[in-house]
Design a protein around this ligand. Structure first.
Ligand code: ZN
Length: 420
């Protein structure tokens, strides 16, 4: 066992420049949503070169659109593919999915970048570019863990499945397709940037629209009308209190900031027609945080009940209640029990490579984790190199050292998990 650990260490270090080049090549191949084809071709060729049983899986919205977790990202579905590579799919021991998405978010204004967002430049022992941190380096870590283990002659007793998926940023159609098609394992590691923290818990987020009615009249007689803007202010203030109250009634253990687990944010407001008219209506759109362990329907109900309570305290809103609509992204929360053996095994693997113990943390952003835990009964954990705060920003980067550490940890995890 100790010997394998030492072999993993030295083999990974040997592969350093090959690992860097591969991640650079992935970053230099832009892969915005619906344009993931070229980068998936690179991944497919790489998995084939490792002698994995490799296949491409077309993502067709027709096959997943009736699934309760489906989110339509509005892109043409039929030219998009997932890539899967399986190692020892015939073995019956414990199996593991290593999942990563290749789609990246838009670059934003290029002038904010020091170099092209697709440079893949290597500077200060870090790789720069859109997708470097989120999450091409993570996906590469999973692939290279397999390469390291193969090159030292290790054979897992169960199936190790690399899943390179599309469409995560825009709703998860890639991973959902794999689930609907029945690709499964005893656990999944999603190699998202977590700064190598173990993140088995994530909040959800629901997009909403709130329409607040008023009664228009000439501003000179404003007392005869009802200002939707004033009513909106009242509702908006109450939402801040409501958000606070919700945080005290849910378990927020494992979160770095327990008062920031499930934010409710109003992102846009549009109200009024004309400066000298009392506003007839306000339309506000926002994002409603869902606590781990809270269902989407319970979260929606809680918000409706809150709005009803506020409206009942106001004569106008009581008669003319705000209209609440849910639209676009509707992302559930998800969690895996921190006592689950995959978490335990990952902690052990972490400690083999690092001198300090692993840290377990909940995250407030969405990911494909919920699809595994809620819809495939597969315990899952986010774990990978890179700082999520850099993930969607200009000059995104990932540190090479962290990537190598991740490869070593995932390699050790596979050894522990598949020998049990
Ligand atoms: Zn990501």
């Amino acid at each position: 066992m100790t010997k394998i650990h030492a072999l993993i260490e030295s083999k990974t270090n040997q592969l350093r420049s090959e690992i860097i080049s591969f991640i650079q090549e992935l970053v230099q191949t832009p892969s915005l949503a619906n344009e993931e084809g070229p980068v998936q071709k690179l991944i497919f060729d790489k998995l084939k070169s490792l002698d994995l049983q490799s296949e491409t899986i077309p993502v067709k919205f027709d096959e997943i659109k009736n699934h309760p977790a489906f989110n339509d990202d509005g892109f043409s579905p039929d030219s998009r593919i997932n890539v899967i590579g399986q190692w020892n799919s015939n073995k019956k021991g414990k199996s593991l999915i290593l999942n990563g998405h290749v789609d990246v978010v838009p670059t934003g204004p290029e002038r904010l970048w020091t170099e092209s967002p697709w440079s893949g430049a290597l500077k200060n022992d870090s790789i720069y570019g859109r997708g470097s941190c989120d999450m091409k380096a993570g996906l590469a870590s999973g692939i290279f863990a397999v390469q390291v283990l193969k090159s030292i002659g290790f054979e897992p007793n169960g199936n190790i499945m690399i899943q390179s998926v599309i469409g995560e940023e825009s709703g998860g159609c890639g991973t959902l397709t794999n689930i609907v098609k029945g690709y499964s394992a005893d656990a999944a590691v999603i190699l998202e940037p977590t700064s190598l923290k173990l993140c088995p818990i994530q909040s959800g987020a629901l997009t909403f629209r709130l329409i607040i009615p008023g009664k228009a009249t000439h501003a000179a007689m404003r007392w005869d009308g009802v200002s939707a803007i004033e009513k909106f202010n009242m509702v908006s203030q109450s939402i801040i209190e409501f958000e606070k109250k919700r945080h005290s009634s849910f378990s927020v253990e494992y979160y770095e900031s327990p008062e920031r687990v499930a934010p409710i944010n109003i992102g846009t407001i549009k109200g009024g027609e004309w400066h000298s008219t009392v506003s007839e209506s306000v339309v506000a759109e926002g994002r409603f945080g869902v606590f781990p362990g809270e269902s989407v329907s319970d979260a929606r109900m809680a918000f409706s009940e809150h709005l009803k309570k506020v409206s009942d305290s106001d004569p106008w809103l009581k008669e003319n209640p705000p209209i609440l609509e849910w639209f676009e992204g509707q992302f559930e929360s998800g969690r895996t029990d921190v006592e689950h053996s995959i978490i335990n095994n990952l902690e052990i693997a972490y400690q083999k490579v690092n001198s300090s113990p692993a840290k377990i943390e909940g995250v407030t952003y969405g990911s494909d984790l919920r699809l595994f835990t809620n819809h495939a009964n597969i315990p899952a954990v986010l774990f990978g190199p890179g700082d999520v705060r850099l993930a969607h920003s200009a000059n995104e980067y990932v540190k090479v050292e962290e990537v190598l550490t991740c490869i070593k940890i995932i390699s050790n995890l596979i050894v522990n998990w598949c020998e049990e």
